[in-house]
Design a protein around this ligand. Structure first.
Ligand SMILES: C[S@@+](CC[C@H](N)C(=O)[O-])C[C@H]1O[C@@H](n2cnc3c(N)ncnc32)[C@H](O)[C@@H]1O
Length: 263
């Protein structure tokens, strides 16, 4: 992505306070952001401020302006239809699923589109993501969320309405990512679509799902090197006086199962 230096009309901007509190807003001239630290008028920003600079609120406090990171956008700005995959898990899915630039990735289901955004970034313009969702209302929400972050629909993404249990895909994929209630019921379809040597990642929230999926993979005889993991991220308080873990953390989100498709 080309870095624009001066904030443009319609840009999505993160405003960060000295204490690390942040707001995300689309800046349009004559519009404003109201915070407990006061109001920021966008007319003072659009075409004038550069990313990384500070702006002053009507209350005299300062906020710094940045481009929103994807994890911020997802946690703060995305409308939730279905429960999202948290950024901590999404990055593990990308890493352990070995999802890289130029790859063809199949995703089901799209849900709110959080994981889809990570996949689109990972495969780059050279790759391609086909994301399947059985609920049209969720697909609409996901489309809005994705377009909001990328300022339009990415050219390397196809959002498709359909049920993974029923579709027959003509294309082949290098990687597949499943986040649905019953991945064990779609293993045969996924195996058809995945190239030998490809990687399948299943995201699940409960242990019985893991067991059923593991058994389905073993039964198919098409998977090996099956690994299961979870990701715990403990944030710390860090300032001049303190450096210690926060008292609260998101303890459980889901489990990640990674396996390799054999020939
Ligand atoms: C937990 S959500 C996915 C959230 C998504 N990973 C995200 O990060 O926003 C699960 C989604 O899978 C969809 N789904 C469930 N079974 C499906 C199937 N067989 N085919 C396609 N989509 C399915 C559901 O409608 C739901 O939207």
């Amino acid at each position: 992505m080309e870095e624009k230096i001066v904030v443009q009309n319609g840009d999505l901007v993160t405003f960060v306070s000295r204490k690390g509190k942040y707001w995300i807003a689309r800046v349009r001239e004559h519009d404003a952001l109201a915070t407990h630290l006061g109001v920021v008028n966008f007319t003072d920003i659009v075409g004038k401020k550069r990313y990384g600079e500070r702006v002053e609120t009507s209350g005299g406090d300062e906020l710094f302006i940045f481009r929103p990171a994807l994890h911020e956008y997802i946690l703060k700005k995305m409308k939730r239809g279905a429960q999202i995959i948290y950024p901590k898990d999404a990055s593990a899915i990308i890493t352990y699923g070995d999802i890289r630039s130029g790859m063809r990735v199949l995703e089901a289901g799209t849900g709110s589109g959080a994981m889809t955004c990570f996949l689109v970034e990972a495969v780059n313009k050279k790759g391609f993501v086909l994301s399947l969702e059985k609920r049209k209302d969720f697909l609409r929400i996901a489309k809005r969320n994705i377009e909001g972050f990328f300022s339009g629909m990415p050219s390397n993404l196809a959002l498709v309405a359909g049920d993974m249990k029923e579709v027959s895909l003509r294309q082949k994929f290098d990687r597949a990512v499943l986040d649905l209630l019953d991945p064990w019921n779609v293993i045969d379809n996924i195996t058809e679509a995945l190239v030998p040597g490809g990687v399948l990642v299943c995201y699940m929230t409960n242990v019985p799902q893991l067991q059923k999926t593991y058994e389905a993979m073993k039964r198919s005889g098409k998977y090996t090197d099956i690994k299961c993991m979870e990701v715990l991220v403990r944030e710390w308080i860090m300032d001049e006086k303190r450096a210690r873990p926060k008292e609260r953390m998101v303890a459980h989100t889901g489990f990640i199962m990674v396996s390799r498709r054999v020939a």
